[in-house]
Design a protein around this ligand. Sequence first.
Ligand SMILES: Cc1ncc(C[n+]2csc(CCOP(=O)(O)OP(=O)(O)O)c2C)c(N)n1
Length: 329
Amino acid sequence: MKTLNNVNEQTDLLRFYRSMLRIRLFEEAVADVVEAGEIRTPCHFCIGQEAPPVGVCEALTTDDQIFGAHRSHGHYLAKGGDMQALMAEIFCRSTGCCGGRGGSMHVIDTSVGVMGTVPIVAATIPIAVGAALAAKLRGEDRVAVSFFGDGATEEGHFHESLNLAGVNNLPVLFVCENNLYSSHMGIHQRRREDNILKSAEAHGIVGESVDGNDVTAVFEASKRATARARAGAGPTLLECRTFRWRGHVGPAWDYDVGVKRKDELKDWIKRDPLLRCRQELVEQGVTEPALADLRQEVEEEVAAALEYARNSPEPMGSEVLRHVYSEAA
Ligand SMILES: Cc1ncc(C[n+]2csc(CCOP(=O)(O)OP(=O)(O)O)c2C)c(N)n1
């Protein structure tokens, strides 16, 4: 495997780019195996929205904890979750990060602070608030981050969580990845206004909206929010405006499945977060061969993860009740 020269590797932007590329190529590989019928787990892809997971997680420490939803492969990888274990989980193999019981939508790696992702919309938002409360009560310097979509902001859990976190000044960052759709309904069909930040104002917490396809902007806003949280200044609602390229679920492009988003999608593809980051790197002097080496390195990592997953055993039927209850020593 070729490696990049150390100087380039040290730059933040190159690290961000690599992290986004890992998510993109990982998910494209998963999309291919879904299309080939090799796996049947429902997969919700974040292709096109890689900047929020990377920009936010780059502002966190390993001890900080993240909570996600159904579209969370990117969060898991950006926070340092093991790629092979994620691929094996998506293949429902026993070597997966949840022993093959969770599939694509339930991923956990507590060793790096990926505390759990759950497909019930908005379900993990209050859990992140609980984690932040625990950190505060124990005097731990730990920030909790909740990732969710714009659809989740229409659930009661979201408002109760902002209120509780605000009242108690908790170290929590609420990250709304506003991709303008909740399943097949556009935001303007669901709300009179596209006004998610007003919820921050209503609950008396800080709110900030950023271009969710600009990884540096997401990183900088997240740095500000985590600094506030660590300083005891309470929660932030960070809205990252972005767009998913593939369907709500599955790899299809979803141009016209009850929603006509072909033109909109074309515009958003022009704002590809990876392409933008890559162009900046080239402007900064990173060479094309160095970028090609980086891509090859990531392609090899993804290929190794696929091989690992394919060669891993399925969970044993006899173990179906394991992990349902905690086991006594
Ligand atoms: C409580 C609940 N209601 C409905 C669903 C069905 N559902 C799954 S994902 C989804 C859309 C979520 O949209 P959003 O929160 O914006 O996230 P995105 O898919 O855009 O990432 C819906 C309605 C669910 N899983 N849970």
